[in-house]
Design a protein. Structure first.
Lengths: 353, 353
DNA sequence: GTGAAAGCGCTAACAC
DNA sequence: GTGTTAGCGCTTTCAC
């Protein structure tokens, strides 16, 4: 930190040119002689010169990173979730290859922080941003980001802000289809194990479920909607509690965990067996492998597919090739017959409580 | 992106003060009257003003983020690895609580990139940096970071650059202790399943192993050192291949996966049983739970503990309370008797190949 | 093909 | 307690 780093002027001085010419070389612009260009390149290497992102952003307009932020803590939504892993790779593909810096700001959701997850946007660090998280219904940051004007993509929608730039799957419809499927097969008492209870995706799940019941003239029992979370890792326990009630013969697993073990284990503890004395619809993010082969149906949520298209559009928006906001909501699909392949990845994500 | 954001001058204008006074308020400095201070605060909120990190860093000297970078791709070292998850939390504790922004630059190791993982350092985005990765023996970036002068901490050491600021466990000694333990119990043919074959931690493992053999006058057989990697997820296969050779009666599992399943499964396929017809020493990052209860001994690597202390020192260095470099290398400990508790977290990290 | 000058938003130094 | 000035490193504009 003691000795000063070389600036564009140091390079210019050595090369006997003006700073402007060096700037042209760095940015690959025309209007520099080939000989001069080569000479300057050499001096840049020799001096170990690198442009200062801050100064660049200040003058040139565009800040230095494509940002990723989340509105939940790691406990609520673990970074180990396969979807998040996949997303990082996808961002590389879309942005990294073009030389953009992808920066994940991990600070906003530090416990005890004010949780202003837009911070790096307000402070002009990000030139575009991806928001990964279940949005809370009371969220007020999204509208601010929207007004701020940089290209952004939320991987979830928000009831209270429908104009939000987002790419997501239709969870409401997913819950509706799953529930209706079980109703059509004659079940009267259908339970739901859902994730994200206090966030928009959880609300969407409940809404779809209730809509299906209502259509069929069934009276909802609120105790049959149970919420799991990534923190307490209590899926098996929840399943157990629901199934101990012998009346329950249908179960929608929209826990977002793709966790076959918890379902089997929860059922076992309740003295019941999947596919024998109750039927399930299990949600999955993958359309080519079965989470739980003994389920009656799988509901595929094209979350990755929606995100992939959203990212492409975000990149185009960032390049100035289109305007925002992005509006993608993919419909889920219900499959009664699934491939024989059981998921190869370990689906006992969290172990027992 | 169209309408200009408010600057410090806009605030100053509205408040009828100079920009400098506003700057004093933002930075919580003395020398501003209480009334003025309140008035300015109000206007800042009203205008939705936020300081521009770039400009700030440019003038004030210190860039805007504590950085995290890695020198390997996600495939080589998955972010889902429990240690990485733990580390992020720890960084929150040490830096996030003080209001520092923690930024993980995910771009350098994008496939096809030049993999200059120091990029965000050279470009003055980071005021301090944590390097998480198995370092490659040919690495030349670390010395450059060292010379660059910002506080940094590598979570691994490097033969070729011993002055590196680092916090790590002593893998060489770990391998030595593990191997010697098996030799002392009478084994003559001892195999090793190691991770990070082509990186420094893998080299350290091999060195410790060979040192123990040599001391005992045993002739090493290079086929007995096998390397696994996070990408191919072939642990069970490797274990199988090693144990098919009936002569092998001792096995050091330093695969860094804490994966009981692979060991059992690999042995089963080879028609052998852990603790019956061969003995193992299993490496673990946790000192209060057993990875594999039937192992003869566990070697505990205080990697987390070293990193935790390293981060504290890094924070102090960053605050100017001490100088670098950091030099922490914790000794591992071998336990013959382990707690009854088997690890609660799923230890079948990767599923079968 | 190249250079001079201005200014992005901010803060440190010094004036009053 | 507050204002003025200069300048951080860079890119843009406009000259030549």
């Amino acid at each position: 930190m003691n000795k000063k780093r070389p600036t564009i002027y140091d390079v210019a001085l050595r090369a006997n040119v003006s700073a402007n010419t060096v700037s042209r070389v760095i940015n690959g612009k025309t209007g520099v002689g080939d000989a001069t260009r080569e000479r300057i390149r050499g001096i840049i290497d020799e001096l170990g010169y690198f442009p200062n992102v801050g100064a660049r952003a200040l003058r040139g307009g565009r800040p230095g990173c494509i940002g990723v932020v989340r509105s939940s803590t790691t406990e609520d939504v673990p970074l180990s979730h396969p979807f998040i892993q996949w997303l990082f790779g996808e961002m590389h593909r879309v942005f990294g290859a073009r030389g953009e810096r992808i920066c994940f700001d991990m600070s906003p959701c530090a416990p005890g922080n004010g949780t202003d997850y837009g911070r790096s946007i307000w402070e002009s660090l990000f030139s575009a941003c991806v928001l990964l998280n279940p949005l809370s219904p009371g969220d007020t940051t999204i509208p601010r980001i929207h007004r701020f004007g940089i290209p952004y993509l939320s991987l979830g929608r928000l009831d209270s802000f429908p104009e939000c730039s987002s790419a997501t799957a239709d969870y409401e419809r997913g819950a509706y289809l799953s529930t209706k499927y079980l109703i059509d097969r004659g079940h009267q008492s259908i339970a739901m194990v859902r994730a994200f209870a206090n966030a928009q995706p959880g609300i969407d799940r409940e809404r779809g479920y209730l809509r299906a019941l209502e259509e069929a003239g069934l009276v909802p029992d609120e105790r049959l909607i149970q919420s799991v979370n990534f923190k307490t890792r209590d899926n098996a326990l929840i399943v157990h509690r629901l199934l101990v009630d012998g009346k329950v013969t249908g179960l929608v697993d929209c826990s977002a965990t793709e966790d076959a073990w918890s379902m089997r284990e929860g059922a076992r503890r309740a003295g019941r067996t999947v596919g024998k004395d109750f039927e399930t619809v299990v949600w999955t993010y993958s359309n080519d492998a079965a989470v739980l082969p003994e389920a009656s149906a799988h509901l595929w949520l094209p979350v990755r597919e929606a995100a992939a298209e959203g990212l492409e559009l975000l990149a185009a928006w960032h390049r100035g090739e289109r305007e925002g906001p992005i509006d993608i909501q993919y419909a889920p699909a219900l499959f009664e017959s699934m491939p024989d392949v059981e998921m190869t990845q370990s689906k006992r994500l969290f172990g027992q409580p």
